[in-house]
Design a protein around this ligand. Structure first.
Ligand SMILES: Cc1ncc(COP(=O)(O)O)c(C=O)c1O
Length: 356
């Protein structure tokens, strides 16, 4: 049975977490003079003189109700990027432990590993952008603490085969993290409902994508209570600021509006995916379960620069191994997508494109 306490770094196992004023006093009081705040208020809005709830209880309760999982299984980070960093800091001994990533994938797993001086083992995705299970099995060592998976994957856009993920969950003795930042745009269902079956599973999601709240910096991790307790021990006490908690709570009331946006984005994604291959320099549009398309084009760099001249910024992924000649295009508003389409058609008419 996977025991996250044994899996954590020895110093984290015995770490006494920071105890904030709000940890030491719960409930309502008349006078708060326990946290060295400014009791007179602030030049802005009076109520920002108080520290935010370090446990984000109201927000977690709301997220729990939406996701169908108890608040004790929810961790909130200052973006998923903080959750990624905290998993490294809690579970990987710098200079000794290692993790596996499956490129091409989201860059922060590697950056965070490097910041934390944790060795990275790379097991590239197959040509169809799926997990290479035999290679993963061969690569795992006694020091492999975490396998990082991203599904739907950034920048390829596809979901990983569920059966492959289950093989890892059933056989790898360490943590399997599935980053589901783009799950709301996917045909696949989340792994959140599988958490009771897998004590070594961490599912990450974010309010930055479908919820449209990237500026608030709220990332979510769902896992066993034991894993969440370890992550909570390591996080800075007030990692989600008060305006972010308040605004997120308000936004989370609007599930219907978010579902409408998701429907529009998915419709636009499928419309673009169907239309783009009509442009001669477009060689391939990869199947996407996300809010972006990976598109293989002739002269990727020139296309990228041409679009920039038109005021359209896409992501040039043409130098990324496994994504050669590819641009990653986020689905915009219907009007923006039409402008992109027009600009690509215009480029196809230029002498540069014709030389191809
Ligand atoms: C796969 C993936 N995970 C996480 C993130 C970052 O999420 P957050 O804004 O919550 O830090 C991104 C952002 O692009 C992403 O592509």
């Amino acid at each position: 049975m996977f025991d996250p306490i044994q899996w954590a770094r020895p110093n984290i196992r015995t770490l006494v977490p920071y105890s904030s004023a709000r940890d030491e006093f719960h409930g309502e009081a008349k006078i708060y003079i326990d946290a060295n705040e400014n009791s007179l208020g602030s030049p802005m809005v009076k109520w920002y003189n108080r520290y935010p709830d370090p446990h984000q209880l109201k927000l977690k309760e709301k997220i729990s109700a939406i996701k169908g999982i108890a608040p004790e299984h929810v961790f909130l980070g200052n973006g998923s990027d903080e959750a990624i960093d905290i998993l490294f800091r809690a579970f990987c001994e710098p200079g000794q432990d290692e993790v596996i990533i499956c490129p091409p994938t989201y860059g922060m797993y590697e950056v965070s590993a490097n910041i934390n001086n944790v060795n990275i083992l790379r097991v590239p995705l197959t040509t169809g952008y799926q997990l290479n299970i035999p290679a993963l099995e061969e690569t795992v060592t006694a020091r492999t603490k975490i396998i990082w998976l991203c599904s739907p994957n950034n920048p390829t856009g596809n979901s990983l085969d569920r059966a492959d993920v289950e093989i890892l969950l059933n056989n790898f003795p360490g943590l399997v993290v599935i980053d589901e930042a783009y799950i709301n745009f996917s045909r696949q269902k989340s792994f959140i409902q599988e958490l009771p079956d897998y004590p070594n599973l961490v599912v990450m999601q974010t309010l930055s994508k479908a919820w449209g709240l990237a500026a608030l910096r709220i990332g979510m991790a769902f896992a066993s209570q034991a894993i969440i307790q370890i992550m909570d021990k390591v996080k800075p006490p007030y990692n989600i600021n008060e305006p972010a908690q308040e605004l997120a709570l308000k936004a989370l009331e609007e599930v219907g509006q978010v579902n409408d946006m998701i429907r529009i984005i998915v419709h636009e994604r499928d419309r673009l995916a169907e239309a783009l291959p009509q442009i001669p320099m477009v060689e391939q549009v990869y199947p996407s379960d996300a809010n972006f398309l990976l598109v293989k084009v002739k002269h990727a760099r020139q296309v990228y620069e041409y679009l920039l001249d038109c005021g359209i910024v896409v992501r040039d992924r043409s130098k990324t191994a496994g994504c050669e000649s590819c641009l990653r295009i986020t689905i915009g508003t219907p009007a923006e997508n039409n402008l992109l389409w027009q600009a690509l058609c215009d480029f196809a008419e230029t002498p540069e494109a014709e030389k191809a």
